[in-house]
Design a protein around this ligand. Structure first.
Ligand code: DOR
Length: 442
């Protein structure tokens, strides 16, 4: 297979490359990368056909298109083993490449939990056999996610886990979290903390406030997240072990993380597209597809999260792709499963920040590539000659409408159904695997 991409605008935070280039990919390897001195020269060049797809050659006129390194999602639920009725490694990684992700980190809340090397090996073997992209397992901090006894972190690390998290559940016991931080430092893989005080959030189904009162639902106060962010930052400060805060949803959490970073505490943080595009209003009609944990918050929180993205207080945008079956969501609101199927909408939702001039395109791409790779120490060579092709071709202006039935993911649980978004991945190349998403009439 030969892929020729002409006149693409490359933004590659790994190599620092930014500019117009032609890229030649042969059998999964970038064999030529020719950077053009100036866009002006291109006016005179012969325009190749927009699309030539024959004899194992793909030619793309990428004028006005962008090429980025394949995105990294450091927070994905692939559900396998155990919940194959929600998602499988095959369908989840297909959803990933469709959304522009060539690397996903899969959370440990499977069945059995990824708290022992057998499960890690199983995930890696399945991913090798059936996966469309790189899969990096995240090991559980505690056995069966019970928060009571540490998992065999060293063995999990050796088996291939790149981080540790009980995501979906917090580690309530501060002593256990302390030990987890110490061990994680010893095995050189960060802790990803799901910050939630279960006593404060107990039986809550949405953000606590006037709306939850009006809807007759028990709320989850922002404090449920923030007290745990504060606790974990204090532990991180004392034991100086890298800590990553998952799915930040409140202004208060942002303020705590900002102060900690100013003090030199080795903490990093992520948020997810739904926390800067939706408020609690999305659940007003008891829409279970907008039920997520932590819950959607308020305008004030969205503004703080955007500011944190600009300032670098939040390092990463992750999807928290949490696919669920129809039965899991078609229930009374209080009983519905938490989560949003996010891999296929994340980039376009996040591009809103660029279209609305909140972030530059480069800043955005850093949050999807370089920053997660640094936190997780995933070695990526970027877009350069002799490297494996791990890149995406994106039309950041192409408009499309979210249709859950067109998702590759088995999880159709999206609150964005029918939204008109701007920004579409046209092609994902991961080594010899090529996924072409454009329409032939382009
Ligand atoms: O909404 C969520 N869904 N939040 C989590 O922390 C877990 C996730 C899941 O596993 O469904």
């Amino acid at each position: 297979m030969i892929i020729k991409i002409y006149n693409a605008y490359i933004i590659d935070p790994f190599t620092g490359t930014e500019g117009i280039a032609d890229i030649l990919i042969e059998n999964g390897i970038i064999s030529r990368l020719i950077l053009k001195p100036s866009a002006l020269n291109l006016q005179h060049e012969k325009k190749p056909s927009a699309l030539n797809f024959q004899h194992d050659i793909i030619e793309i006129d990428a004028r006005e298109l962008y090429v980025f390194p394949g995105l990294i999602d450091m927070h994905t639920h692939l559900r396998e083993p155990g919940y194959e009725y929600k998602e499988t490694i095959r369908t989840g990684t297909l959803a990933a490449v469709k959304g522009g992700f060539t690397s996903v980190c899969c959370m440990a809340n499977t069945n059995p939990v990824n708290d022992n090397p057998e499960v890690t090996y199983y995930i890696l073997a399945k991913a090798k056999e059936e996966g469309s992209c790189d899969v990096y397992p995240v090991g559980a901090i505690t056995k069966r996610l019970k928060g009571e006894e540490l998992s065999e972190m060293a063995m999990l690390r050796q088996a291939g886990c790149i981080a540790f998290s009980d995501d979906g559940m917090p580690v309530m016991n501060a002593m256990i979290m302390r030990r987890a931080l110490e061990y994680s430092k010893a095995v050189d893989a960060p802790i990803i903390s799901h910050c939630e005080d279960l006593f404060l959030s107990e039986n809550g189904a949405m953000n606590e406030g006037k709306l939850s009162f009006y809807m007759g639902l028990k709320g989850i106060p922002k404090a449920a997240e923030e007290v745990m962010v504060a606790r974990d930052i204090i532990l991180c400060k004392h034991f100086r072990s890298p800590l990553h805060i998952a799915h930040v949803s409140t202004k208060g959490s942002v303020e705590l993380i900002k102060r900690a970073k100013q003090e030199g505490v080795p903490v990093t943080a992520e948020t997810c597209p739904h926390y800067f595009t939706l408020t609690e209003e999305a659940v007003r009609d008891y829409n279970t597809n907008a039920k997520v944990n932590p819950p959607l918050r308020t305008e004030q929180d969205i503004e703080a999260i955007k500011e944190a993205l600009i300032e670098g207080v939040i390092d990463v945008i992750a999807t928290d792709h949490a696919p669920h079956s129809l039965d899991d969501k078609n229930t009374p609101f209080q009983e519905a499963a938490n989560g949003i199927s996010g891999l296929e909408t994340a980039l376009a939702l996040s591009l809103k920040l660029v279209h609305n001039k909140v972030l530059t395109l480069r800043q955005l791409i850093e949050k999807f590539t370089l920053n997660p790779s640094k936190i997780l120490k995933i070695n990526k060579s970027g877009i350069k000659e002799k490297a494996e092709a791990d890149l995406i071709v994106v039309d950041i202006n192409r408009e499309w409408t979210v249709k859950k039935d067109e998702f590759a993911s088995m999880g159709k649980n999206t609150p964005f159904e029918g939204w008109k978004l701007k920004g579409k991945v046209l092609m994902t190349v991961k080594g010899k695997k090529v996924f072409k998403m454009w329409q032939e009439d382009k």
